[in-house]
Ligand binder design. Structure first.
Ligand SMILES: Cc1cc2nc3c(=O)[nH]c(=O)nc-3n(C[C@H](O)[C@H](O)[C@H](O)COP(=O)(O)OP(=O)(O)OC[C@H]3O[C@@H](n4cnc5c(N)ncnc54)[C@H](O)[C@@H]3O)c2cc1C
Length: 381
C-alpha cells in the first residue's frame, strides 16, 4: 500500500536517493560506526546532490520541496543505519527554526549553507540537570551591549562535534514566572569565544553519531544571533517539536520494517530439526504479530504525515505515534534478535546493531512518558 502523500516524483526521487546511498553510504557505514563519526565529506555530497533541506525556499538555494521528500530522505537514511539521524535532525528539525523565526538577514546568511552542507546544525536544549523539565534549564544569556554573555552546559547534543551552528535554549530572564517565559533561542556559531565542545559521548548505540557535551563560559554571542523574540523560545520549541517527534516516529517505523525484513529472510533460510525455522507455527505466529503491529504503525504514521502536510494541529496524534511506534519497534527488535538465535547477538548480523540503536527513539525528542503526559492533558481528565 503506497501512502497517499507520495506521488510519482517522490518515487523517482526515492530511487535516485537510494542509488546515491548505495554508492556513498552503504559500503562505508560499518566503517563509520567503527570510527564513531559520519565524515563531513558525506554531508557535502548530500548537499551537492540536493538531499539537504530540499524544502528550503529557492531564493535561499533550496528546492521548495514538500514534506513528503523529507519523509523519503528520513526513511532511506534510516534503512542505511540509525546513526544517520543527525542528518534528518539538520534537515527537518534545526534548519526549520532559522527558516521560521530568523530575520531576512539571518536566513540569507545561514540557509544557503545549510543546504550545501557547509554549515551543519544542532539544537541544544538538554542540560545535565534538565531534560524533560525543559522550562528549568539553567544556561543563562545576559545582554551586554551588542552581545549576550552565555554561561552553562548542554549535554547529549546530536551533531555536537560537527555542528557549525547551534540553536541554544537559554534563560534570558531567569526570574520569569512561569519559568518557561524566560527562555530564548540563540544561534551559537562555531568559533564563538567562550564556547567549547566536550568529548564525543560513548553510547549504547548510534555509534557513528557524534553526540557531545557543549560548554559556554562567558561565551560572547552577538545579539544579532537571537532567533525570533526574547522570551518566546519555549513556544518556538513546542511548535517545532511536533515535526521532530514525527521524524522520530518515521525513523522508528522504518527501523521496524527493516528488522522485520531481516528476520523474515533469516528464518526462511535457517534450518532446525530438519525444516526451515519459518515452518514452525510458533515462529509464523510471531512474524504474523510483528507484521500486524508494523502495518498498524505504518497506517497511523502515514495519516499523521498527511495531516501534518495539510497544516493541521497534530500535537496529540504525533505524541501517540511517537510513543506507540517507538515501543512497537523495541518489541520488534527483541523478537527479531530472538528469532536470529545466537547469530542475532553477533555484530556481523545487522540485527545486533539495530537492537542497540532503537531504544533511544523512546527517549529523545521527549521521552515516551512525556508523550503520554501530553496525550493525557488532551483527555479532559
Ligand atoms: C543519543 C541522544 C541524542 C540526543 N540528542 C539531543 C539533542 O540533539 N538536543 C537536545 O537538546 N537533547 C538531546 N537529547 C536529550 C534527550 O532529549 C533527553 O535525554 C530526554 O529529553 C530526557 O531527558 P533526561 O535524559 O534529562 O531524562 P529525565 O528528564 O531526567 O527523565 C528520567 C526519567 O524520568 C521520566 N520522567 C521525567 N519527568 C517525568 C514526569 N513528569 N512524569 C513521568 N515521568 C517523568 C522520564 O520519562 C525518564 O524516564 C539526546 C539524548 C540522547 C540519548
Amino acid at each position: 500500500m503506497t501512502a497517499r502523500y507520495l506521488r510519482e516524483e517522490h518515487h523517482m526521487f526515492r530511487a535516485a536517493f537510494r542509488k546515491f546511498l548505495e554508492k556513498e553510504a552503504y559500503p562505508h557505514y560499518n566503517d563509520w560506526e567503527k570510527r564513531g563519526i559520519i565524515p563531513r565529506s558525506f554531508w557535502a555530497k548530500m548537499g551537492e546532490n540536493g538531499f539537504l533541506c530540499p524544502w528550503v525556499d529557492e531564493k535561499y538555494g533550496g528546492l521548495n520541496a514538500d514534506f513528503a521528500y523529507s519523509v523519503v530522505i528520513n526513511e532511506e537514511l534510516e534503512k542505511v543505519g540509525s546513526s544517520l539521524v543527525g542528518i534528518g535532525l539538520h534537515n527537518d528539525i534545526v534548519t526549520p527554526y532559522i527558516a521560521s523565526y530568523g530575520t531576512e538577514e539571518q536566513k540569507q546568511k545561514w540557509l544557503p549553507k545549510c543546504v550545501t552542507g557547509e554549515l551543519i546544525t544542532a539544537i541544544a536544549m538538554t542540560e545535565p540537570g534538565a531534560g524533560s523539565d525543559l522550562a528549568n534549564i539553567s544556561t543563562t544569556a545576559v545582554k551586554d551591549g551588542d552581545y549576550y554573555i552565555v554561561n552553562g552546559q548542554k549535554t547529549f547534543i546530536t551533531n555536537g562535534i560537527h555542528a557549525d551552528l547551534i540553536v541554544v535554549a537559554c534563560k534570558t530572564d531567569p526570574q520569569a514566572k512561569p519559568p518557561h517565559r524566560g527562555i530564548s533561542l540563540l544561534v551559537v556559531e562555531r568559533d564563538t569565544p567562550g564556547f567549547t565542545r566536550g568529548r564525543k559521548l560513548e553510547k549504547v548505540g548510534l555509534h557513528a553519531q557524534d553526540t557531545a557535551e557543549l560548554f559556554f563560559q562567558d561565551a560572547k554571542v552577538p545579539a544579532y544571533n537571537l532567533l525570533g523574540e526574547e522570551g518566546k523560545g519555549f513556544y518556538y520549541l513546542m511548535e517545532k517539536l511536533q515535526q521532530e517527534r514525527l521524524v522520530v516516529a518515521i525513523a522508528a517505523q522504518t527501523a521496524a520494517e527493516v528488522m522485520f525484513s531481516l528476520t523474515k529472510q533469516y528464518v526462511k533460510q535457517r534450518t532446525a530439526f530438519g525444516k526451515r525455522v519459518s515452518e514452525f507455527q510458533t515462529v509464523q505466529f510471531r512474524l504474523a504479530e510483528m507484521a500486524t503491529e508494523i502495518a498498524l504503525g505504518r497506517t497511523f504514521v502515514d495519516r499523521v504525515i498527511e495531516e501534518h502536510m495539510a497544516g493541521k494541529q497534530i500535537v496529540t496524534e504525533v505524541s501517540m505515534a511517537k510513543w506507540w511506534i517507538t515501543e512497537m519497534a523495541k518489541r520488534v527488535a527483541a523478537e527479531a534478535m530472538q528469532l536470529h538465535g545466537g547469530y542475532g547477538y553477533m555484530e556481523e548480523y545487522e540485527i545486533a546493531r539495530r537492537y542497540r540503536d532503537i531504544p533511544v527513539s523512546a527517549i529523545y525528542a521527549g521521552t515516551n512518558e512525556m508523550m503520554k503526559t501530553i496525550i493525557a492533558r488532551q483527555l479532559d481528565l
